[in-house]
Design a protein around this ligand. Sequence first.
Ligand code: 9UX
Length: 71
Amino acid sequence: NVIEETFPVEGMTCRGCASGVQRSLTKLEGVKSAEVSLADASATVAYDPGAATPEQMQQAVEKAGFKLGKR
Ligand code: 9UX
């Protein structure tokens, strides 16, 4: 089971930031793919809700230096 959700992302100022957010999300178990938009300040994540939670994504993104908000 894979669902797709879009979350707001705070703090991205360049394309490198967006890559960093994408990398930290896709490293997570249960995250299938992540599409991060610098222009929209958002991350669209395809994930298995039984294997990954938005809370885990928030922690991973925070470690990378950014903030993932609630959808
Ligand atoms: Mo460069 Mo974007 O440090 O943080 S990747 S501004």
